[in-house]
Design a protein. Structure first.
Lengths: 203, 465
């Protein structure tokens, strides 16, 4: 017998009960507007901007990029470029080696949806390419349709489809990278982005 | 009490103010957990639901494991099965060795701590860099983590400053957490970029989609998973849950119970390898099926490793995690250790608890931890001679009211001597950091008689009622 069969045999031998699954959890009512989302995002150390109309958005994002890093390497995904047009950013190059993105100072991507209960943004594997980009960059900007806000994690995971999962990863990002491992003191920028700015977009 | 735990707990004490700092830092997490729980109306119903869903999942674990394996394999992951710690270590080493991987970045995994993976790989010439900041600190200090989510909580910033001045590029005397973290960031970034492989733990595995879920605040697991071409994810078999709906419930509880955050910063759902890379998932038993077959303790497998029971435990807070000498300290560690721990000392950990029940009161999946400690105590745990004799003596005295009265008088007579530090006083280790409480002067029975006769006097004179 293989280890697999022995483990499964022991698990089966121990299955003496048959507790039924609980009925689906019914969450309490909750606001899911950009204001509620922004409050939680800011509490997690992130920045919330807007919401802005499509015409105003590019200038606002460009301002934020310039105030962070004049002339440094800023990359925007194809979806982000479709909203931003030309600006102080370049398209994410097709490149097999994620290590070539180690010098990115700002990455601009589109979030799939936002979660009002915790200020998290869902980042689809098809958008976050290469996978390393949103954690290697020094600062991360996420564009988020205000129509794509859900109240809680139940609604959020209901939106993570099999198709999204089929693209290797789906990541919830709730604020900049952080640690409190030295005496519980909060420090932003442990390994990943030192800052996260979410720009709400209407229309 | 476990004598070995007593001895190791005392190691925290000579470090002066550290005992108080440790207690305060840990209890601050408990207070954050309370604030997060009371501000979230769904919190208590979520705990009820989590308890029910974990009971259901554990009762159908065989089915869930097979489903997870099938779906993860269909997504391109390779699933391995390890019966015990040596098997896990061998599987991981073979995967690394076959690809010539020499430099490994690892994110937090209590399972690999339990199995001793790091020393196994290091003794075979593989460099393993722990990338969670707290874990890197204890790794540089050549000691194990002392908390499951805050591995270096027993260390002060001065400590860490000295360590970094010695090991990293940090000027002597640096104690600012931001600058120390920045130094670690530079140091670890180089290791991430140079790694041949990444090893991660797994917080949850979702059977319906074959997904492993990895949660961090630092982003270290995500960096590891996204740079080298080999990702090995290690998980205990109890981590498998049916679906994404169950994941939502447990994610809402995990960070709130751990640090008071509504969600950790990075929650990554990983389904199959990224293009051009490999994903290997190792399912580990290592004693878990033994717990599953034990009706009194199987519910402990519902644990989601949030650390809430550690943060509230009066023994953990004062003894520190190292006192337990087990990868998982605190109440949940004391419940798991007799089945997973191996050594006789670890099997005795259920004896080192107050049974106050605070752990059960905060557990997000409502595991009845203190009841489980009691249940272990009813079994044949390895007890020290002093404990066996003491228990027999106590039983004899408590069964005989006259003897009990005499024993009380003797104890009150000896109390002043016991309260002073002198060579040979058996209470000396306790007195190093604490005082014995003053005794009330008279026995409870004497005071009870005095109180009731006074009340009867009042009633007779009409003052009472």
């Amino acid at each position: 017998m293989s280890a697999r069969e022995r483990i499964l045999a022991r698990v089966r031998a121990a299955a003496r009960h048959s507790t039924p699954p609980p009925a689906p959890f019914v969450p309490g009512p909750r606001r899911s507007d950009f204001g509620a989302f922004a409050e939680l995002l800011v509490a997690a150390g992130g920045e919330a901007h807007g919401p802005f109309g499509a015409s105003e958005l590019p200038a606002r994002v460009a301002d934020r990029c310039r105030s962070w890093s004049a002339g440094a390497r800023t990359l925007a995904s194809a979806a982000a470029l479709a909203r931003l047009g030309a600006g102080p950013w370049a398209p994410v190059p097709e490149h097999d080696d994620p290590h070539s993105f180690a010098d990115v100072s700002v990455a601009i991507l589109c979030g799939a949806f936002g979660v009002a209960e915790n200020g998290a943004v869902g980042l689809d594997g098809r958008e976050a390419r290469p996978r390393a980009l949103p954690v290697l960059c020094e600062r991360l900007i996420l564009l988020l349709d205000t129509s794509a806000l859900v109240p809680d994690m139940h609604a959020a995971l209901a939106r993570v489809s099999g198709e999204a999962l089929a693209h290797h990863h789906f990541t919830f990002v709730a604020g900049p990278s952080k640690t409190a491992d030295i005496e519980g003191a909060l420090v932003l920028g442990a390994h990943g982005p030192r800052a996260l700015a979410v720009f709400g977009v209407v229309g | 009490m476990s004598a070995a735990l007593d001895r190791r707990a005392l190691e925290l004490l000579p470090r002066g103010a550290r005992l108080g700092a440790h207690d305060a830092a840990v209890f601050a997490l408990r207070e954050k957990r309370d604030a997060a729980g009371t501000s979230e109306p769904d919190f208590e119903p979520l705990r009820d639901h989590a308890r029910a869903l974990k009971a259901h999942a554990l009762d159908h674990l065989g089915l869930l494991l097979e489903r997870f394996e099938a779906r993860a394999s269909a997504a391109g992951a390779v699933v391995h099965w390890a019966e015990d710690a040596p098997a896990l270590n061998r599987i991981v080493h073979e995967l690394l060795d076959a690809r010539g991987a020499r430099r490994v970045v690892k994110s937090k995994s209590m399972l690999t701590e339990e199995c001793g993976l790091n020393p196994y790989l290091e003794s075979r010439g593989i460099e393993v860099i722990d990338t969670d900041l707290g874990e890197r600190i204890v790794q540089l200090g050549h000691e194990p983590p002392s908390h499951i989510i805050m591995p270096a909580i027993h260390r002060t910033r001065e400590d860490i400053g000295e360590l970094f001045a010695r090991e990293l590029d940090v000027p002597a005397g640096e104690t600012d957490p931001a600058r120390l973290t920045e130094a670690a960031r530079r140091h670890l970034r180089a290791h991430f970029l140079g790694a041949d492989a990444a090893i991660t733990g797994v917080n949850f595995a979702v059977a319906e989609s074959g997904t492993v879920v990895v949660v961090t605040n630092e982003g270290n697991a995500d960096l590891g998973m996204s740079l080298p071409k080999l990702h090995i994810a290690c998980l205990g078999i109890e981590k498998v849950i049916p679906g994404l709906g169950d994941l939502a419930v447990l994610l809402r509880l995990l960070a709130r119970s751990a640090t008071g955050q509504p969600l950790s910063v990075y929650t990554s759902l990983v389904t199959g390898p990224r293009p051009g890379a490999e994903l290997h998932v190792v399912l580990v038993d290592n004693g878990r099926t033994r717990l599953l077959a034990d009706d009194a303790h199987r519910r402990a497998l519902g644990c989601i490793r949030c650390g809430a029971c550690l943060n509230t435990c009066p023994v953990y807070r004062r003894a520190g995690g190292h006192a337990y000498d087990f990868a998982i300290p605190g109440p949940i560690g004391a419940v798991l250790a007799p089945a997973l721990g191996g050594s006789a000392e670890r099997r005795a950990l259920p004896l080192a608890s107050t049974l106050c029940g605070s752990c059960s009161a905060v557990c997000p999946v409502r595991i009845d931890l203190h009841e489980q400690l009691v249940a272990w105590r009813a079994t044949d745990l390895p007890r020290g001679r002093a404990e066996r004799v003491g228990a027999r003596l106590a039983a004899a005295v408590l069964a005989r009211p006259v003897l009990y009265g005499v024993a009380g008088r003797v104890a009150r007579g000896l109390w002043p001597a016991l309260s002073r530090r002198w060579p040979g006083n058996p209470a000396s280790p306790w007195l190093a950091s604490r005082e014995l409480p003053a005794h009330p002067g008279a026995s409870f029975r004497t005071r009870w008689r005095a109180k009731t006769s006074a009340e009867r006097g009042h009633e007779r004179s009409g003052v009472g009622s």
